[in-house]
Write a protein that binds this ligand. Structure first.
Ligand code: MG
Length: 373
């Protein structure tokens, strides 16, 4: 069997409400779908969701990179996934989100060929279902408390607060305090700073300040390049520290565990370059005694499904955050139907078992490129 064509479909999907983090506001979800086609008529879908602040890849740049990479897959056996990914690695350095899109499509395709779900290709089921936390955008303390109350009423048992106002650390403490006051002691709170506290000096004070509200962890408290600073926060603040922007791939993870920078690592397919690269990253973390979370750039059904399949397969992935499908006003497929309050599973069937709806693609595609021999 050979890959005979690659379709690249950049889309902009409407979000239910703008997503706000410390470095920006996102009015819609700009993401790029890819479809691999074979000479046997089987297809595989993938998705790359760019976050320029994290990997340096833009929406337009991602589509261009995919056009550059796609010819390398033409004529190749889709089952040789690791060889294909090495080939892509030798064509362009970096660009993990572009590579993740193609890696996900190769796994979907391999699942269709084998008649197996992707989780079975990744080692089998480590757990039956997953539960997710609900992310809350950075707003005023009062507005975040209202959002948290709404999500807890909807069945979520953990909320994740986006904080990180470097001009107002006290405001961040007030955000956490207001949410804890509103939802009570039994609901989990996670804190994501997205690096905005910058330095260990500021972050230690802020993290100690919020420790009293018993967060499960504080994520990326300092600048991504400052692993020693993150290690210092971890030693001094009394709250578990999760690395996100600081750890893109297995090589970053190795450096982080060497200096004991974190208790946890947030694995995102868009940061590490796909499912094969995520297995490698997790192997480093698990060997070092560091737990993992499967996180998201806020992706549509295709990449979210890939993340869920990975989370089902990893014993070391205690938490998962594939919130994209419940944040979209319109999605390319119906993964949302598998979200029951905070409990999630994946559709039965081979591959990702998620098929984009052609009518939705036509409505939201900003371009369509078909690359063939
Ligand atoms: Mg994060």
């Amino acid at each position: 069997m050979r890959i005979t064509g690659v379709e690249i479909v950049p889309v902009k999907l409407p979000l239910l409400e703008p997503f706000v983090v410390s470095y920006g506001t996102f009015p819609d979800l700009a993401t790029v779908l890819v479809r691999l086609e074979t000479d046997r008529g089987l297809t595989g879908w993938g998705e790359g969701t760019p976050d320029p602040h994290v990997t340096g890849e833009t929406f337009e740049g991602l589509a261009a990179t995919l056009r550059h990479l796609a010819p390398a897959l033409l004529g190749r056996d889709p089952l040789d996934r690791s060889t294909a990914m090495r080939l892509l690695g030798s064509r362009v350095a970096g660009v993990p989100t572009a590579k993740a899109a193609l890696d996900i499509a190769l796994h979907d395709l391999a699942g269709h060929v084998a008649g197996l779900p992707v989780w079975a290709l990744l080692g089998g089921r480590a757990r039956e279902t997953l539960s997710i936390s609900r992310v809350i955008s950075l707003k005023s303390p009062e507005a975040m408390a209202i959002d948290a109350t709404r999500y807890v009423a909807a069945g979520f048992r953990t909320v994740k607060l986006k904080v990180g106002d470097p001009r107002d650390i006290r405001g961040d403490m007030q955000r956490v305090a207001a949410v804890r006051e509103a939802i009570g002691a039994d609901i989990g709170i996670k804190i994501d700073v997205n690096g905005a506290w910058r330095t260990a000096g500021v972050a230690v004070g802020a993290a100690r300040g919020i420790a009293t509200y018993e967060p499960e962890y504080v994520e990326q408290p300092v600048d991504r390049r400052d692993l020693e600073g993150m290690a210092e926060v971890r030693r001094l603040c009394g709250v578990p520290v999760m690395a996100d922007e600081a750890v893109l791939d297995a090589y970053d993870a190795l450096r982080a565990v060497r200096v004991r920078a974190c208790d946890l690592i947030n694995i995102k397919l868009m940061k590490c370059g796909g499912l094969l690269a995520a297995l490698m990253l997790n192997a480093v973390a698990e060997t070092a005694g560091v737990g993992c979370q499967i996180g998201t750039m806020v992706e549509s059904s295709v990449a979210s499904a890939a993340g869920l399949h990975l989370a089902l397969a990893l014993h070391n992935a205690a938490t998962v955050e594939m919130g994209g499908p419940i944040m979209l006003a319109e999605d390319v497929s119906s993964l949302r139907a598998y979200y029951e309050r905070n409990r999630i599973t994946v559709p039965d069937g081979p591959g990702l078992a998620v098929e984009p709806d052609e009518a939705v693609l036509q409505r939201y595609a900003v371009a369509r490129d078909w690359i063939t021999a």
